[in-house]
Design a protein around this ligand. Structure first.
Ligand SMILES: [Zn+2]
Ligand SMILES: [Zn+2]
Length: 380
């Protein structure tokens, strides 16, 4: 089979992959389940000093705790589901479908599953494991609504969400939600998931951006009073950092973590989204400069630009910051001709990734970061 896979191309390769599962892996899992069942009965695993069959499988068969417990469950339940056992053994039923059948038997009893075994197996053959789980869950609910409720309540109890401390510039997220919570979050993220033109982000990166955008828009409230969103970030930074002076310290986020000067500058670019604090000199400078885009100016900016002005981008107002074409600390005025709406992704590309955004004859032009000595002829 290994030789066949190495030689196979195109359609034949796809066929080979299907065959590996149908005539190789799945039937072998069925044989494995049978062996586990005998081993379970004989209790032979205790001879090695293991406290349970699951523990023995983890230890000797190199399975994770979850994978080992799943195999034990499949072995025990399938003994009571003869049709399922046959279909599994001859490759008609995949391993993951067999797991769904075993779980259903565990939840509502094998006798109840046997009554509908034929129709469940028919469904299994035309569905992927996720769709089939829905069918099985519906069946469980029909047979035992109270049990289905208890299971859902148990799942709900296990919910948790954890946001880690920043480490190497990254914050790790970890958690599980019940089905309802997951569905709510998924549909809330949906509007922010849309790829933009020439989007090079992976699906995971788009999901991460969507989560942050959800937080950003959520905490700014739905009311838009013309002054833009409320500050959601508090950053402590020195005047040198803000001005991008060489040797300046990083910006410090309230709540932990540091960000580089370019990020402080981006965040301070539209001060409505962040509050920058420092000592004495900086505060004076911030007060002196028009630190916030005045409400009438922001309204005029929104009316003129309507969406992100980066060429090819149409992300709506609520995704956008007010960007100063000439940075205000360098004397750029907070006035309409010097402002532009940029979505968070493009605002970041300008400040942190070195893209240059210019406005010429009322049109915005973006040039990639200059790699070689600034070719003035190119941007002309
Ligand atoms: Zn900016
Ligand atoms: Zn954009």
């Amino acid at each position: 089979m290994a030789a066949w896979i190495r030689e196979a191309k195109g359609e034949a390769l796809g066929e080979a992959l299907i065959q590996i599962r149908e005539t190789g892996i799945d039937p072998l899992e069925a044989v494995f389940a049978e062996g586990v069942r005998h081993f379970d009965k004989s209790g032979e695993y205790k001879a090695d000093g293991a406290l349970s069959l699951t523990a023995w499988l983890r230890w000797k068969c190199k399975l994770s705790g979850g994978a080992a417990a799943e195999r034990v469950e499949v072995a025990r339940q399938l003994a009571k589901l003869p049709q399922t056992q046959v279909a599994f053994a001859n490759g008609e039923l995949g391993y993951q479908h067999a797991v769904v059948m075993a779980r259903a038997a565990e939840h509502v009893g094998a006798a109840a599953v046997r009554k509908e075994e034929t129709s469940l197996l028919q469904a299994a053959q035309t569905m992927d494991p996720g769709q089939f789980t829905t069918v099985a869950k519906n069946f469980e609910h029909r047979v035992d609504a109270a049990g289905a409720l208890a299971e859902a309540n148990h799942a709900y109890q296990r919910r948790y969400f954890h946001i880690g401390e920043p480490e190497d510039g990254l914050v790790r997220l970890d958690g599980v939600l019940d089905a309802e919570g997951g569905a709510i979050l998924r549909s809330a993220l949906q509007p922010f998931m849309k790829p933009v033109k020439d989007d090079t982000r992976s699906y995971g990166q788009r999901s991460a951006d969507a989560l942050v955008e959800l937080g950003r828009q959520g905490s700014s409230g739905s009311k838009r009073d013309g002054a833009g969103p409320r500050p959601q970030l508090v950053i402590r930074a020195s005047l040198d950092t803000l001005a991008g002076v060489k040797g300046a310290p990083a910006g410090e986020l309230e709540g932990g973590g540091t960000v580089p000067a370019a990020t402080v500058q981006r965040i301070a670019c539209d001060t409505a989204i962040a509050q920058i604090t420092g000592r004495g000199e900086l505060e004076h400078e911030l007060d002196h400069a028009s630190r916030t885009i005045p409400a009438p100016t922001r309204r005029a900016l929104e009316a003129r630009d309507q969406h992100c002005v980066f060429p090819g981008c149409d992300r709506p107002l609520s995704w956008c910051d007010g960007h100063h074409l000439i940075w205000w600390i360098k004397g750029g005025p907070t006035e309409l001709p010097n402002l532009a709406l940029l979505c968070r992704r493009h605002h970041r590309m300008v400040h942190e990734e070195g893209w240059v955004l210019e406005r010429r004859d009322g049109r915005f032009k973006a040039s990639p970061p200059p790699r070689r000595p600034m070719p003035s002829s190119r941007s002309a």
